[in-house]
Design a protein around this ligand. Structure first.
Ligand code: ZN
Length: 54
């Protein structure tokens, strides 16, 4: 069984998550792929910090 994390944006549980910053304040959080695609465009706060696989 794979581990999951809860997406900080949609609260969905996924086993493939992306560690990103997407808000002011340099807080790292985990987002699922659809949410990364949602928050990334034209986001000056977006920063990619790695991929997590459960
Ligand atoms: Zn999500």
């Amino acid at each position: 069984m794979s581990k999951t994390k809860v997406c900080a944006n949609c609260n969905g549980e996924e086993s493939l998550m992306f560690r990103v910053q997407y808000k002011p304040g340099k807080t790292w959080c985990f987002l699922c792929k659809p949410c990364v695609n949602e928050v990334k465009p034209d986001n000056p706060h977006y920063r990619y910090g790695g991929t997590w696989k459960g």
